[in-house]
Design a protein around this ligand. Structure first.
Ligand code: OXD
Ligand code: MN
Length: 580
């Protein structure tokens, strides 16, 4: 119970609808956590991992039909369809509520209903926002404890502030035909039924911190973005912060935890966040950012000693593993972990590489950010960190250079709005199909993309010192299909150029598509890359860019009259540069 009447009434009305056996307000304390872990072990939802090598670590196996976000079942329910835009599935709010009411009716009988007050962002930050998730899943409760600041301190903030985002979740019977993730941004409300998977069930993450928050941010003059935040400390002890957007599965967590290569003595990368960034103009004319999350819900496969040693180091205690394999001595195992052998796959079957990978490709770890060896002390700072540069990145085999700097904020917004990735044969059967994913927000923007682009453009005008905007592409391939850039820790070289540019230093040449590193401006000390490859990574194929611009124009025109004219003006400016 709480002294917030609106919250009490909502909890009572949900209990009346869903009819749980028991209602429990979650405090977030250690005794409660131990008890919930026991509940999960008793029900078989948690399997204890080797407590000698991995104290406090548990394995959860999802229903095999419930292992990922479900974009086709995710809706934005604004009063007007145009406000959700062509980038979202839309349902009329009354119809959506009726459908969900039917599903939630009596769905918690025989279960406990948990009420989780949570805060997205440091508990004392003016940039943070609170929510309450009601769920019948103890797995959700223990994950929310790692991913958010939840329980008593969050409830105290809600009692002080009054407002909160309402999230109602039930795993239901996991029937994919009775699964919906509904957002009502006008009412700051989320309803999710029929899935226990992270992005669908941990409502603080994608549902609140991106879809609802992006809508709220537009109204209130800030940005809620699918971006990591990192700090780069140079040998002089100065730290510059970068926010960077990449589509899912493009290595955001690895970049956020990068360890500089040997040729960078005295440099250090600090991790503020790996997935979500809330940014607001500060009184000093800069953009200030917080990571609204308190933990990492990272993809396990591919996390290994070479790709992300920091992540491996934080995963040997107090972590939850979902859908990974297990070794003979009961340690978690996934493809790319770099040691050990699996005996059991993610579905609990005896491991047979002919039948299945040991870990599901979307298997996950959940862990408190405090366990990350490079977790930035500034990540807890109430005012956030000042952003020196914004990076957008796509997965492009061809055309798009390793790095480019936009000529202006508006040009940077165009770079973000035209972000794209090429599909691989594995994903679609068709290679090289370009899919646009503006600002990496395609599945997460809670309103019409055209209005979102306008919001970005307008916000830029309100910031006296907007950070420069860059576009990077780690994924260029040569004619033989080999990656041309080594990536991973070597991306440090690009980060260094980006930071130097943001300080007005480092050489750049003007090209029709923006500023690119001039010869020798990119630090290649200690890097084995032949000069032809480097110059191909930084070349501008003017004819191919003209064709790309046609495609970008066609894409933006898909948003009709709402697409901001300033983006077309920028596009035509770049076209004029290319033909002149
Ligand atoms: C994620 C995603 O889980 O972007 O972070 O899919
Ligand atoms: Mn993400």
């Amino acid at each position: 119970m709480t002294n917030n009447q609106a919250l009490n009434e909502w909890v009572a009305s949900v209990a009346e609808l869903t009819r749980p056996d028991d209602v429990r307000w979650v405090s977030g304390d250690d005794d409660e956590h131990r008890e919930l872990v026991q509940v999960l072990m008793d029900s078989g939802d948690f399997i204890e991992l080797n407590q000698e090598t991995h104290p406090g670590c548990y394995l959860h196996r999802s229903d095999p039909g419930d292992v990922a976000r479900v974009e086709h079942l995710t809706f934005v329910c604004t009063s007007e369809a145009e406000d959700a835009g062509p980038n979202n599935n839309w349902m009329e709010p009354g119809q959506a509520r009726e459908k969900m009411h039917g599903l939630f009716e009596g769905c918690m009988q025989g279960r406990t209903m948990y009420v989780i007050p949570y805060c997205m962002g440091p508990i004392d930050s003016p940039l943070s926002r609170c929510g309450v998730e009601i769920t019948d899943s103890p797995y959700v409760v223990v994950n929310m404890r790692l991913m958010t600041r939840m329980g008593q301190p969050a409830l105290a903030r809600i009692e002080r502030e009054g407002g909160f985002v309402r999230g109602l979740h039930s795993t239901g019977d996991l029937d994919p035909d009775r699964r919906y993730i509904m957002h009502f941004p006008e009412d700051l409300e989320i309803q999710s039924f029929g899935s226990g998977y992270g992005g669908n069930a941990l409502l603080g993450k994608k549902c609140h911190a991106l879809r609802i928050a992006s809508y709220q941010a537009r109204d209130e003059g800030w940005l809620a973005e699918h971006m990591l935040i990192l700090g780069v400390e140079n040998p002089q002890g100065e730290t510059h912060y970068i926010a960077a957007a990449f589509p899912s599965a493009c290595g955001k967590t690895n970049l956020a935890m990068l360890i500089p290569p040997e040729s960078y003595p005295g440099w250090k990368v600090w991790t503020v966040g790996d997935d979500i960034c809330w940014m607001r103009p500060g009184d000093d004319g800069r953009l200030w950012a917080i990571n609204p999350e308190a933990g990492f819900f990272g993809v396990a496969p591919g996390t290994g000693p070479k790709t992300n040693p920091n992540a491996l180091a934080m995963l040997d205690h107090d972590a939850i593993f979902t859908n990974v394999g297990v070794t003979a001595d009961n340690q978690p195992w996934w493809e790319g972990i770099g040691s050990g052998q699996p005996v059991t796959d993610w579905q609990g079957r005896s491991y047979d590489p002919e039948v299945s990978k040991a870990a599901h490709p979307n298997s996950r770890f959940t862990v408190s950010a405090k366990q990350c060896p490079t977790y930035s002390p500034q990540a807890e700072a109430p005012r956030g960190v000042p952003i020196s540069a914004i990076i957008f990145g796509g997965r492009r085999q061809h055309l798009v250079p390793l790095v480019q700097q936009s000529d202006s904020w508006a040009h940077g917004v165009l770079l973000g709005a035209s972000m794209a990735s090429e599909t691989t044969a594995a994903a679609t059967g068709e290679v090289g199909v370009v899919r646009r994913d503006p600002m990496a927000m395609k599945p997460f923007c809670g309103y019409n993309y055209a209005d979102y682009f306008s919001h970005w453009l307008e916000l830029g005008e309100q910031i006296a010192n907007p950070p420069p905007i860059f576009h990077v592409n780690w994924f260029r391939k040569d004619a033989a299909g080999n990656f041309m850039w080594p990536g991973f820790c070597e991306n440090m070289r690009v980060l260094e150029w980006v930071i130097q540019r943001s300080q007005g230093a480092a050489g750049a040449k003007d090209t029709p598509i923006g500023k690119l590193p001039s010869e020798h401006a990119l630090n290649t000390d200690g890097l084995e890359i032949d000069p032809q490859t480097l110059s191909a990574l930084l070349a501008v194929d003017e004819q191919a860019w003209l064709a790309e611009l046609d495609q970008i124009r066609e894409y933006l025109e898909g948003y009709g009259d709402r697409a901001p004219q300033a983006l077309f003006t920028e596009l035509e400016r770049v076209r004029a540069n290319l033909v002149n």
